[in-house]
Design a protein around this ligand. Structure first.
Ligand code: GRF
Length: 235
């Protein structure tokens, strides 16, 4: 279980693409909502627009192009080496489109977060917005969770919902989930991590040392409901 970070948390962010979540995390660190500093942004794609956003904010970047490595192991060794150089307290996946091996996940266990564009455990995997429409779901959203060896299955920290409207398309849903949920809940989850409010212990998410029975629920019309009611017995 990670301890409360002494001083400002050192945060590394892994990206593959546009970097809107990354930008939200950078802003939240810059304006003090997150007691942390983004010490490195790593992309597996040199053309990721998130790198441009990081440069503009003066954040250090590095590219570890997965295509240039013989196998997943070699790619992850390079990733680990880049991360080791900056000794991060927290590693945040933000649209990082590579599946990580159990060894990598184990190495950063309790320090590794991800944001997924669905109300997990509903719709793990890709193409969530289209699948929500196909399933006829009345609501959709995003989840920040600890990464475990279970793909998109680690304990959830915070979840935010939006209504699916009759006229929604995968594109409008994606935009709504990004703007109304993702860009708000990821900075919040990172703030809690940096403060040591949330932690992972033996496969369970803890809130101030107590088991979270369910993620914090957040919606666009209200502030997050803090999980006094969501925590279980004191450990
Ligand atoms: C987000 O929807 C995130 O939830 C998913 O990939 C997308 C990344 O977008 N994992 P961006 O790079 O943050 O703009």
């Amino acid at each position: 279980m990670p301890e409360r970070c002494r001083g400002r948390a050192r945060i590394a962010v892994l990206i593959s693409g546009e970097g809107r979540n990354l930008a939200a995390l950078i802003d939240a660190c810059a304006d003090g909502r997150v007691h942390g500093e983004i010490v490195l942004v790593v992309s597996n794609r040199a053309e990721a627009n998130g790198l441009v956003r990081a440069h503009a904010a003066g954040v250090a970047t590095c590219v570890v192009p997965h295509v240039q490595f013989a196998n997943r192991q070699a790619f992850e060794d390079a990733l680990i080496s880049a991360l080791d150089d900056v000794q991060p307290d927290i590693v945040a996946l933000a649209g990082f489109m590579r599946i990580l091996t159990p060894a990598f996940v184990h190495r950063y266990c309790g320090r590794l977060l991800n944001i997924h564009p669905s109300l997990l455990p509903r719709h793990p995997g890709l193409d969530t917005h289209r699948r929500v429409l196909q399933a006829g779901d009345a609501e959709h959203g995003a989840t920040v969770h600890f990464v475990t060896q279970d793909l998109d299955g680690g304990p959830a920290i915070i979840q935010g919902r939006v209504r699916v409207d009759a006229h929604d398309t995968a594109q409008t849903l994606s935009e709504k989930v990004m703007q109304d949920v993702e860009l708000r809940i990821y900075p919040q989850a990172l703030a809690w991590m940096a403060e040591g409010v949330v932690a992972l212990d033996r496969g369970l998410a803890l809130w101030n040392g107590q088991i979270m029975e369910s993620p914090v629920q957040w919606n666009v019309d209200s502030m997050a409901t803090l999980p006094d009611a969501a925590v279980g017995a004191h450990r």
